[in-house]
Design a protein around this ligand. Structure first.
Ligand code: NI
Length: 179
């Protein structure tokens, strides 16, 4: 079983720079993946990128329902995202949130289908095709590994409001339990 590690929040440079490709599929990678699953479940997230626990490697895990409510779980190492062509693209305008910007959500249009190709923790090729929330998750996690948060895709004014609300929530919490 993995160890639950603290989630890194917006503002930490590890979230705002591209992660390095994985070159060794070894025990260390397997342990990282275990820690990522443990940390994602402890935080009640449906996806987690390695840099969200401070490790700048191109790895994400997910446990997320698709458009039919079917649950999909796995890990993708060195993911490459593929989106439908512009002519075939349909946008899902649902809300998005992130464990690294806790407590905040905003509507963000994204293609309602996405495919990610990469490798599992043993180095075997994997392809994950997603609809609904899973499509959003695949895009969100790949963005993380490229050094982007979903809030970077929001209009500047909305992003500013959201960050102000996030800081407000943090300071309120600190007043209640200063531990
Ligand atoms: Ni996130």
């Amino acid at each position: 079983m993995g160890e639950v590690r603290p989630i890194v929040h917006v503002g930490d440079p590890v979230l705002h720079n591209p992660c390095d490709p994985v070159t060794r599929f070894d025990d260390e990678l397997a342990a990282l993946v275990d820690d990522m699953f443990a940390s994602m479940y402890a935080a009640e997230g449906v996806g987690l990128a390695a840099n969200q626990i401070g490790v700048p490697l191109r790895v994400f895990v997910y446990d997320c329902p698709d458009d039919d409510g079917e649950r999909h779980q796995g890990v993708v190492v060195n993911p490459e995202l593929e989106l439908p062509g512009l002519g075939e693209r349909r946008l899902d305008t649902g809300d998005e949130g992130c464990l690294s910007v806790p407590g905040q959500y905003a509507p963000l249009p994204r293609p309602d289908r996405a495919t990610v190709r990469g490798f599992d923790a043993a180095g075997q090729p994997v392809t994950v095709e997603g609809t609904g929330l899973l499509a959003r998750c695949l895009q969100h996690e790949t963005d993380h590994l490229d050094g982007h948060l979903y809030i970077d895709r929001l209009p500047a004014k909305r992003r500013k409001q959201l960050l102000a609300a996030y800081r407000e929530t943090l300071s309120t919490k600190a007043d209640i339990s200063p531990l």
